[in-house]
Write a protein that binds this ligand. Structure first.
Ligand SMILES: Cc1cc2nc3c(=O)[nH]c(=O)nc-3n(C[C@H](O)[C@H](O)[C@H](O)COP(=O)(O)OP(=O)(O)OC[C@H]3O[C@@H](n4cnc5c(N)ncnc54)[C@H](O)[C@@H]3O)c2cc1C
Length: 410
């Protein structure tokens, strides 16, 4: 394929903005456009449930780049405009204002969309989502006004929002279908630590509980659970996950299955069309060609640049292990790898004091590790996962044994 002259990036989030930066860093000097549906200069989302939500940091601190960066780098930012049509054969993308942009390479970095509450009243005013800066502003206002916030879903967004809302002085009830928070990723043992954490901080955590309806006279005033219990509230936060935004790719006939299907270099089946970030479901070399789609900050941060280099012909596979972090109250954690919540859990450290490394192990091999209030071990945890070494669980649990495959050998 000839060297590109015109590159369009659809999606002005972290993946899109970092891809644009990388293209210029790598010497691409042709036309470069970011089309972003939000009327916001690209920003990072993790602070939206943490410091920015709590009002400890200004929203401007969340920006990916300083004001002026895009003009200086000659990157056209078309904000408040959505791409609505894509024609890979013609090499064009159509915007909602009717404009058509030609491209030689295209990156789809459209991210993910919060799921609505699938119950009667799930769309009433006062039922909030948490994805954008505006969402974070609205939730902060609700939390500061006092009253009760009902959080539906004790996943990462629900848990972080509940923690920040408590710190802002709101009463919080968190409703979760599983037996513990974060059950799908962490399983019962480690999820149980998060249940204790939230309860100690005054969250009313209802587990094994199912939402039946949101009720109120023109706005959300209470929720009704299966079994008939009702909970009065000032607002409801829907924390029931996100869906990859695949509509544009679908309109172009690209292959979709839990996101946009891309190869290990992040290219779709349409030559010259790439996808990165939350929306991309990529073949992963470390996982023997299995597909991986994650909704993690680090994935957007690193896949955007990888896709950019590959748009310029690098042919570089994206091979980083999944990695994410979360902060709730005084509990900070990092998680690397991919495991099933059903895999065996080995704990090294102090579970009661919430200072530990947890490992998910299958057939003697470490698949994932999570350090909770223990720092500077992430590289070792990732090296252990990459080694695929068979380890002795007793040594893995022993803080006196070095975290390296040789020392831990079974
Ligand atoms: C509140 C919150 C807290 C988080 N905290 C953490 C954390 O602590 N740790 C962690 O690892 N991850 C965290 N994440 C996840 C992380 O922020 C995401 O993985 C990351 O934002 C994904 O970046 P992205 O660029 O792929 O997509 P997005 O950030 O979703 O950006 C996509 C952009 O594309 C735009 N767009 C969509 N369709 C179109 C279109 N057709 N035309 C034009 N523009 C379009 C969207 O409006 C959006 O601005 C958090 C997410 C949220 C919401």
């Amino acid at each position: 394929m000839a060297a590109p002259q015109r590159i369009v990036i659809v999606g002005g989030g972290l993946a899109g903005a970092k891809a644009a930066e990388t293209l210029r860093d790598e010497g691409f000097d042709g036309d470069l456009t970011i089309v972003g549906a939000e009327r916001e200069r690209p920003y990072e989302r993790p602070p939206l449930s943490k410091e920015v939500l709590r009002g400890e940091k200004d929203r401007e601190t969340a920006r990916v780049h300083e004001e002026g960066f895009y003009a200086e780098a000659d990157i056209a930012l078309r904000l408040g405009e959505a791409a609505t049509g894509l024609d890979p054969a013609a090499g064009t993308v159509t915007l909602d204002d009717g404009d058509t942009l030609p491209w030689d390479r295209l990156l789809i970095a459209t991210g993910a969309e919060p799921r609505a509450l699938p119950v009667p009243g799930g769309d009433l005013p006062g039922v909030l989502a948490l994805r954008t800066l505006g969402d974070s502003d609205r939730l902060r206002d609700v939390a500061r006004a006092g009253g009760r916030l009902v959080v539906i879903g004790a996943g990462w967004i629900g848990c972080e929002a509940a923690a920040s809302a408590r710190e802002l002085g709101a009463e919080v009830t968190m409703v979760e279908m599983a037996d513990v928070p974060l059950a799908g990723v962490l399983g019962a043992t480690i999820g149980g630590l998060y249940a204790d954490l939230h309860r100690e901080h005054g969250v009313e955590l209802l587990t094994g509980a199912r939402l039946e309806a949101v009720e109120g006279d023109g706005r959300a005033e209470r929720v009704r659970l299966a079994g008939g219990r009702t909970i009065d509230c000032a607002a409801v936060l829907a924390g029931v996950g996100v869906a990859p935004r695949t509509a544009l790719a679908e309109s172009a006939g690209l292959a979709i299955d839990n996101g946009i299907l891309v190869d290990a270099t992040l290219e779709t089946g349409a030559p010259g069309v790439f996808a990165a970030g939350d929306v991309a479901n990529a073949l992963h070399p470390f996982y023997d060609g299995r597909r991986v789609r994650v909704e993690h900050w680090a994935n957007a941060l690193n896949q955007g640049p990888c896709a950019a280099r590959n748009m310029l012909g690098a042919g570089e596979p994206y091979d980083r292990l999944p990695y994410f972090f979360s902060d709730q109250y005084d509990a900070g954690m990092e998680y690397s790898g991919l495991a099933s919540a059903r895999d065996e859990v080995v704990i090294r450290g102090d579970a009661a004091g919430r200072e530990l490394i947890a490992f998910w192990v299958a057939e003697g091999r470490v698949l994932a590790g999570m350090n909770l209030n223990v720092w500077d071990v992430n590289d070792q945890v990732q090296a252990l996962i990459r080694s695929r070494a068979v380890v002795d669980p007793a040594k893995l649990a022993d803080p006196d044994v070095a975290l390296d495959p040789g020392a831990l050998a079974a």
